[in-house]
Structure formats: structure tokens, C-alpha cells
Design a protein around this ligand. Sequence first.
Ligand code: ATP
Length: 243
Amino acid sequence: MKQTAVHIEDVSVYYDQNLAVSRVSLDIEEGDYLGIIGPNGGGKTTLLKAILGLIPVNSGKIEIYGKRINKGRKIMGYVPQMSAVDKRFPISVMEVVLTGRLKQGISPFFSFRAEDRKKAYEALEKVGIQHLADRQISALSGGEFQRMLIARALAVEPRLLILDEPTASVDVSSRAQIYNLLDELNKDMTIILVSHDLLAVSSRVSKLACLNEGLIYWGNPELSEEILTRLYGCPVEMGGAIH
Ligand SMILES: Nc1ncnc2c1ncn2[C@@H]1O[C@H](COP(=O)(O)OP(=O)(O)OP(=O)(O)O)[C@@H](O)[C@H]1O
């Protein structure tokens, strides 16, 4: 039997008095490729952050490979929304990817080991931008920037890769490259992907969760008109991305 990678049980998250995620329960099995879709403000990023242990849950519990979150965190790689990252920061691609190798409790005179540099370079090779290792991040295209963020998450050597809209702000060919890369990575790791790209998500993922505060649907990636209407509160075309 497959191991449960993420166990989410009756989880609710509030920001002050405002409910963002309401009583969500779902299990993600080892090797799954879960897509999470839903309207703006539907709680997708909040749920990802709760899985990562970046924000506390107000009720319910989350376990990563059978353990409470803090212990599981080292096995998760996170690709945040690109808009959450300052592109103007004067730092090279390699330096960003190396931050994925940082351990907690480092000293002020910390320096990366040769092993860290090797792993970071391998992560860049995996996403196909090793030739950009020394480039400043301000000089990257949208697609290259996204792949750098994925490389940073891979440098953690995660069992679980969590991505928040990795195809936002990239062109059609970069989008296809990123989806192909995720298909490849899914051979070795469990993936959770938040996306507004309904067609791509429903054709690539192995499980689908539809979130609008509460879980509207969870199961095989078969999107019906009825589910989409309930999710977005209006009739929706499958054709493209929804923002
Ligand atoms: N740091 C915060 N403080 C207060 N409220 C927040 C905070 N972050 C998110 N929220 C609110 O929580 C709700 C869920 O937001 P969240 O970002 O999780 O949604 P989302 O589904 O990821 O949206 P989007 O598709 O637009 O990225 C929204 O109403 C949002 O305004």
C-alpha cells in the first residue's frame, strides 16, 4: 500500500476573524500529483502555507509522512508565487538556488560546502538553466525565473514539491516546458501544484482538489461543468487560465 505523504484532517485557517480555509480534509499519497484550483482568494496559498508549516492552523491537523509539520519540513521544497519574490534583488541565480541548501541555526560565518554547490548545480541542470548560474536574477525572463525557483526547491532534495502558480507570467512555450519538467519530476517525488490553468491541470495531474474556502471537489481529475459552476459561482469555459 502507498504511504500517505500529506494527511489533512478537518483543517480551518483564519486571518484574525476572517475564515480563509474551512474544514478541509484530504490525503495525498506518495507519488501523487495533486492539482489545486479555485477562485482568487479561495484559500489555495493559505492551504499550501499551512502544509509547509509557515502559518498555524486554527483547528484540525496536518501530518507530513505521519509526523507533525515541523519535523517534516526538511523534506518539502516550495516554489512560491513569483510575485512574492523581489526580482530586483542583486543576487545571482546560483546564489538563489544555494539558499535552498541553508540549514536552520547557521552561524554568521557560515559558508556553503562543495557538496551544497554540487547539489545546487545539479538542480539547475535538472531544470535546464545551468548556463545561467552566474547571471543576476534581474536579467532573467519570466520562464527562466520560474525554473530558477523550481531549482531552488529541488536543491532541498525534497520528497514533496509544492508549487504556487509556477506558470503564471510565462509564455506558452515556457509553460509547456514547466509542465513537462513537472511530469518528469513526478517520477521521483510527490507534487502539489496550485494553478489557474484549468485545462493543463486537469490533463496532467493525477488528483484534483477544488477549493473555495471549503473543498468543493476532491478526486480524479475530471472537471464537470457542474463542479466548475459551484467552484467559481458562475459557468466557466475549460479553455484557458482563470484569474
Ligand atoms: N496575510 C494575510 N492576512 C490577512 N488575510 C489574508 C492574508 N493572506 C491571505 N488572506 C486572505 O485569505 C483569503 C485566502 O487567500 P489566499 O491567498 O490563500 O487565496 P488564493 O486562493 O491563493 O488566491 P489567489 O488565487 O488570488 O492567489 C483571502 O480572502 C485573502 O484576502
